[in-house]
Design a protein around this ligand. Sequence first.
Ligand code: S3P
Length: 433
Amino acid sequence: MMSKRLKPVSGLQGTIQIPGDKSISHRAVMFGSIAEGRTTVQGFLTGDDCLSTIDCFRKMGVSIHQENDTVIIEGKGLEGLKEPVDILDVGNSGTTIRLMLGILANTPFHSCITGDASIAKRPMKRVTGPLRGMGAAIEGRDEGNFVPLSIRGGHCKGTDYQSPVASAQVKSAILLAGVSAEGTTSVTEPHKSRDHTERMLGAFGCKVAVDGNTASIKGGQGLKGTHIEVPGDISSAAFFLVAGSIVPESEITLKKVGMNPTRTGVIDVLKQMGADITISPIEGEGAEPYADLTVRTSKLKGIEISGEIIPRLIDEIPIIALAATQASGVTVIKDAAELKVKETNRIDTVVHELKKMGAKIEATSDGMIISETSLLKGADVDSHGDHRIGMMLAVASCLCKGETTLLNSEAVAVSYPGFFGELDHLQSKNSRV
Ligand code: S3P
């Protein structure tokens, strides 16, 4: 367990290259591994989660060469995957396990899959339930709700699944099982979740029909290797969008940030709160769009965040909560009970840790209520092993009176291994307070 001492800062200035999108990096490796032929990936995120995905496919015999942010995958089709001798270990990665379950549901061999202590608490029934309905044999604790899970796949049949949650992981797992299932597979969600799977399956030559909140795929199309360019992760950029808004005398430019409309809720919300964010012309339309973002310090105001925007900013709620402590009035976050089943229960961890810094924040059953807090104070805080909680607390420390000690600071490597280096780089022009 590592800890980091963090001092308040007087301003954050400079330009940073945002590392690759985690959701897109996972999918590039997964789809490349089940495609026929070579796939090349540029801009791959070398965070722990995405390295776990590479490790799992190597254990199934896929040749994957990774050097920094370049990955080359020699795919031999779904049939080319080999029964793994070892247990597939996803580490901390919910996306790896849920999407892999969709792939394993249609492979005619036995596999075991598990993860770390956080994964051991996260519900899998939302995926194993519908996959069993399609014909996969999956066993695990509490009737297949918790790891370790054992899977014997093959012979899935198409389904028309009405998902009770807006979850891209659920949608993607079912669509991936549908890739080689008999007939057509459709998933309908209550609100639209991120659509990277639908977009990227198209890039691999596999057609997905999208009609409102329903995505459908015809089985048996097969994937063909391709080239994938991964834009920067807006979920990582969000820490600097908020830092640049709330730390006085800041101006930060973030290069090549993914602007997929199913992910940009954080920009909409920060702008509504009064943030000063400028967006360069959007490029890369057709695949995954991206732009450069510049943020300058501004006075924020409290708002209500609820309903269909929630899936578009679900991973950014911890850092939005911090922004809300610096916004005039009250911010109410509702309809976000999904936060309870992330890497930690993020309603509890956000509220508990920000309270230590003196924030006026209360948990509700499906979100939180946050009031303006004139001055945050340095404290001993803990990421609880959750990368996004760790980065949110590090940004909070910039504003605090006095020093902060962040326990379990190594967790940030899950999605942003260079995070602390970038924070230092943005402070370098300024003497620390
Ligand atoms: C992800 C989907 C989201 C998100 C997670 C990544 C993905 O989870 O929280 O960090 O890559 O599909 P849910 O789909 O379960 O909400």
